[in-house]
Design a protein around this ligand. Structure first.
Ligand SMILES: Cc1cc2nc3c(=O)[nH]c(=O)nc-3n(C[C@H](O)[C@H](O)[C@H](O)COP(=O)(O)OP(=O)(O)OC[C@H]3O[C@@H](n4cnc5c(N)ncnc54)[C@H](O)[C@@H]3O)c2cc1C
Length: 307
């Protein structure tokens, strides 16, 4: 790829592989999605520059459905410098990079006897994505331990309290254009054995979830009910379009049997919605698709608009 094919990237960034074209299917857990320009940023200066133009932010790609045509804006990914698991050293009040993998964090907290993250066992997120989705289970969610976040917003670093994020069930209200860079958690002192006992309960509740390619639960649970129960009751388990199938094990999981496309997944979701007699709200974030997320506004673009 030449630098001319990449909007605003320097020759050096392209040559170093920091900016390249990729199929997003390779970076999402459902393994569907077309091409985009991927910008991997390793520090705040690079992130500031990358957020100048409209962009999407990619975490672990575990709650995403991306158009087969890809997206017309740059996709930012926080590099290793933002995945600072080493900072978890026994303190209860700590800042962690937003690219920190949640599974490793949950295991490390258990070994250190720090409690509060057990409900996130089995969530294959990065910390930033877990904040945005307020990820969790009925045993607990990220909001339980989140104190504040640092974000890159309009070209500057800012701190926002957890309260300002409006966290509720699989929902946050991060300001438009914000990228979570660091996350402050407050954990509780416990013992490795007690934390493990809670994790065993979460693990037992997760038994029966499919182990194949998926993006977790497709739909949010309606108040007082379970989307999985409704989809199962509508006889949708095993329903298939192409290689996209409603998991026979868990009716709220769409699994990719190998060669599914986003078009297959959308057709399958439409079939499910036809059969379930009440509207269901998708939990997945959608990029490049009707009703999905528009790119985040870049700060340079915003400044130009203001003139
Ligand atoms: C097998 C499996 C099991 C799952 N189980 C659960 C579960 O039990 N509970 C649950 O809540 N979820 C579950 N999920 C869904 C998913 O893991 C969560 O929604 C998770 O929070 C998504 O995080 P991510 O890093 O993958 O974000 P992505 O999917 O990459 O992105 C999700 C959203 O967050 C935004 N985002 C990501 N990082 C940042 C950042 N640094 N700054 C700003 N915005 C950002 C993205 O732009 C996007 O809008 C599961 C998924 C799978 C595949």
């Amino acid at each position: 790829m030449s630098s001319a094919e990449v909007s605003g990237a320097s020759r050096a960034q392209v040559d170093a592989g920091a900016v390249r074209r990729v199929r997003l299917a390779s970076l999402t857990t459902l393994k569907v999605g077309g091409e985009a320009e991927l910008w991997t940023v390793e520090d705040d200066t690079g992130l500031r520059a990358a957020t100048g133009e409209p962009f999407y932010v990619l975490g672990a790609g575990s709650n995403l459905l991306v158009s087969d045509e890809g997206v017309p804006a740059r996709v930012l990914r926080l590099g290793r410098a933002y995945a600072a698991l080493d900072a978890l050293d026994g303190r209860r009040d700590l800042w962690l990079g937003a690219a920190t993998p949640v599974p490793g964090l949950v295991r490390r907290a258990q070994r250190l006897g720090l409690s509060g993250l057990e409900g996130l066992l089995g969530v294959p997120a990065q910390l930033g994505g877990a904040v945005v989705m307020n990820a969790g289970t009925r045993f607990g969610c990220l909001a339980d331990t989140l104190h504040e976040v640092e974000v890159m917003l309009d070209g500057s670093l800012e701190r926002l309290s957890a309260h300002a994020l409006g966290l509720r069930y699989r929902h946050s209200e991060l300001p438009a254009g914000a990228v979570v860079t660091r996350v402050r958690l407050q954990l509780t002192a416990s013992t490795p054995a007690r934390v493990q006992a809670l994790m065993d309960q979460v693990d037992a509740a997760r038994k029966g979830q499919p182990k194949v390619k998926s993006a977790g639960c497709a739909f949010k649970n309606p108040p007082g009910d379970s989307a999985g129960r409704l989809i199962d009751a509508a006889g949708c388990k095993g329903l298939r379009v192409g290689d996209a199938m409603i998991s026979p094990e868990h009716a709220n999981f769409v699994v990719n049997l190998g060669a599914a496309t986003t078009a297959d997944v959308l057709a399958l979701l439409a079939l499910v919605q036809q059969r379930v007699d009440q509207p269901l709200e998708l939990e997945w974030r959608r990029w490049g698709l009707p009703g999905g997320d528009a790119p985040q506004p870049g700060w340079q673009r915003t400044e130009r608009d203001a003139v």
